[in-house]
Write a protein that binds this ligand. Structure first.
Ligand SMILES: *[C@@H]1O[C@H](CO)[C@@H](O)[C@H](O)[C@H]1NC(C)=O
Ligand SMILES: *[C@@H]1O[C@H](CO)[C@@H](O)[C@H](O)[C@H]1NC(C)=O
Ligand SMILES: *[C@@H]1O[C@H](CO)[C@@H](O)[C@H](O)[C@H]1NC(C)=O
Ligand SMILES: *[C@@H]1O[C@H](CO)[C@@H](O)[C@H](O)[C@H]1NC(C)=O
Ligand SMILES: *[C@@H]1O[C@H](CO)[C@@H](O)[C@H](O)[C@H]1NC(C)=O
Ligand SMILES: *[C@@H]1O[C@H](CO)[C@@H](O)[C@H](O)[C@H]1NC(C)=O
Ligand SMILES: *[C@@H]1O[C@H](CO)[C@@H](O)[C@H](O)[C@H]1NC(C)=O
Length: 473
């Protein structure tokens, strides 16, 4: 089964964030720590700059016990004078104190009362298992010797689920020079995303399920070291700058905004393993440059946009695809035979489009020879299914309801099918070539002769089937 849908964290932590899971507004990034940082190795929610599980993160154990917080800061307020620098563990933390206090003053709602813990001089309390400064996590930066308390600083800010409201993050997030992660799922932040290009270690940005609006945040585009970018569930609109897809991010979540325009050809440059643009207003075709993602792309969700054009043959070249979901668009054409090469695909959702012709046998065979567990093709205009598809319908792996398949239950009215197949504007190329070796003798990088789809279509529609693809043999 696709890890994404079920959100099974297991060991592959990033997998838990992907892809169907991100269609809910909840946090995905809280699981991402262990994948990227040593937080998991430390047994706490503290990401760091070091690679995972290298066994050298013994800072906490060797560190002195926290000094008791004295009453210098006025109780319950945190708005008194800045304590003298010597009360902080080091000068870096002393410099961050006013940044946090200034941000605290701009917060207009705090349903969980977390900001009440933002007082005193123990900014790194969580590092010592304390409960002050909820949301702030410290570690030793990469340039410093581990265990030397004079270098301890804020490495990560994780406000996931805090429900805070603030009009701007500028002057806050950008003021933590050693910050690696900023996670703020399910808050009510808005305003401009501050420029973070001067933060050399920054690599994860999660602003999902907030109150951001306007055009795509340009300040994100130059963040060349991002491995995780999550902007889903905001009110962003307009086009996505093409360089965004060329970011190095392993996970790119842009879903549930109002993004529009064509998905740029730079799509093919994405290094993402998980890429979700679902539930926006993108138009135009799925870029054929998708073939170029074959080394990395594992789960991709285009669903519920207004994508059109023909389903690209090139999708079938993305060998590692586990989830391909382009449901709920206006995509036309036959399913290219290249899809029969998606040996790792577990979920293939093309429901609710303008697809037609025969459901290729080679695709249905993937349930037997590959990993296919869910083939959703309902609400299209397919007129027939390959031989091996029949058993998948019976086992409910394949859903072909509301198509034009003669003799199948729950199909479209014949007149609707006739009208569709009579429309000469619907034409997509059919390439009778399978670009891989298939088990069982099909393919071998060669050509196969499609079934007699034209005849089947004509039987369904009572018309000469001109444009069903797969029928021109
Ligand atoms: C914090 O808790 C962890 C796990 O419970 C423990 O291994 C570590 O020693 C504790 N650190 C301190 C400074 O108490
Ligand atoms: C920690 O680093 C500071 C600044 O470089 C240095 O002065 C101090 O001697 C170090 N302390 C230890 C215990 O290594
Ligand atoms: C943001 O604020 C609005 C209006 O107060 C509220 O309806 C919404 O639930 C809040 N969102 C989050 C994620 O807290
Ligand atoms: C959401 O953002 C708008 C501006 O885009 C602002 O007027 C409104 O107060 C924000 N809502 C919350 C709950 O912060
Ligand atoms: C990426 O990280 C490297 C190494 O830390 C750093 O030198 C470089 O400036 C960073 N690039 C960007 C665009 O932040
Ligand atoms: C293919 O991807 C590489 C980076 O992985 C990029 O440099 C190149 O421009 C991409 N080509 C196309 C056609 O997308
Ligand atoms: C198969 O996928 C479709 C579309 O994503 C989904 O609606 C359906 O619930 C899935 N079926 C199963 C059995 O998981």
């Amino acid at each position: 089964m696709a890890v994404a849908r079920h959100g099974v964290a297991a060991v592959l932590v990033l997998a838990a964030v992907a892809v169907h899971g991100v269609l809910c507004g909840g946090s995905s990034s809280s699981h991402a720590h262990a994948e990227f940082g040593a937080g998991a190795a430390l047994g706490r929610n503290a990401p760091s700059w070091r690679p995972r599980g290298n066994g050298t993160d013994t800072g906490a154990a060797g560190a002195p016990a926290p000094a008791p917080t004295s009453g210098y800061v006025q109780a319950g307020c945190g708005c008194g004078p800045t304590p003298p620098a010597w009360r902080f563990k080091n000068g870096k933390l002393a410099a961050l104190y006013p940044v946090i206090q200034a941000f605290k003053k701009t917060i207009t709602c705090d349903p969980m009362g977390v900001t009440a813990t933002w007082e005193g001089t123990e900014l790194c309390d969580s590092f010592f298992n304390g409960t002050r400064y909820l949301g702030f996590y410290c570690d030793y930066p990469p340039y410093a010797p581990a265990d030397n308390i004079s270098y301890l600083t804020v490495a990560s800010i994780d406000f996931n689920g805090f429900g805070l409201c603030a009009p701007s993050l500028a002057g806050f997030v950008d003021q933590f020079p050693d910050l690696a992660l900023f996670h703020a799922n399910s808050n009510n932040f808005s305003g401009d995303v501050p420029d973070l290009t001067h933060l050399p270690y920054f690599y994860e940005l999660d602003l999902s399920n907030n109150n951001f609006s306007g055009s795509f945040p340009e300040t994100v585009v130059p963040l060349g070291n991002l491995t995780f970018l999550d902007l889903r569930f905001n009110r962003y609109a307009g086009t996505v700058p093409p360089p965004v897809f060329a970011l190095t991010a392993e996970a790119l979540f842009l879903n549930n905004n109002g993004f529009s325009g064509r998905i740029p050809d730079t799509f093919g440059s994405t290094g993402a393993q998980y890429l979700v643009v679902a539930n926006n207003e993108f138009t135009g075709p799925i870029p054929r440059s998708i073939y170029n993602t074959s080394a990395t792309l594992s789960e991709v969700l285009f669903l519920n946009n207004r994508l059109s054009g023909c389903l690209p043959y090139e999708v079938g070249l993305v060998e590692g695809l586990a989830v391909f979901d382009a449901g709920g668009n206006e995509i036309a054409g036959p399913i290219p035979l290249s899809f029969g090469c998606l040996r790792d695909v577990e979920e293939l959702n093309l429901a609710g489009n303008q697809l037609y012709g025969q459901v290729p046998d080679v695709v249905c065979l993937l349930a037997r020879t590959g990993k296919l567990a869910n083939l959703s093709l309902s609400d299209n205009f397919f007129h027939s299914v390959g031989h091996h598809c029949m058993e998948l319908v019976r086992s409910r792996v394949l859903d072909v309801r509301r198509n034009c398949i003669l003799g199948f239950p729950d199909q479209r009215p014949p007149i609707e099918c006739a009208a569709f197949y009579a429309d000469p504007t619907k034409h997509c190329p059919f390439i009778p070539h399978i670009p891989c070796d298939l088990p069982g003798g099909h393919g071998h990088g060669g050509y196969i002769k499609p079934h007699d789809a034209a005849a089947a279509a004509a039987a369904v529609t009572g018309h000469q089937a001109r444009h069903q693809g797969g029928g021109r043999d």
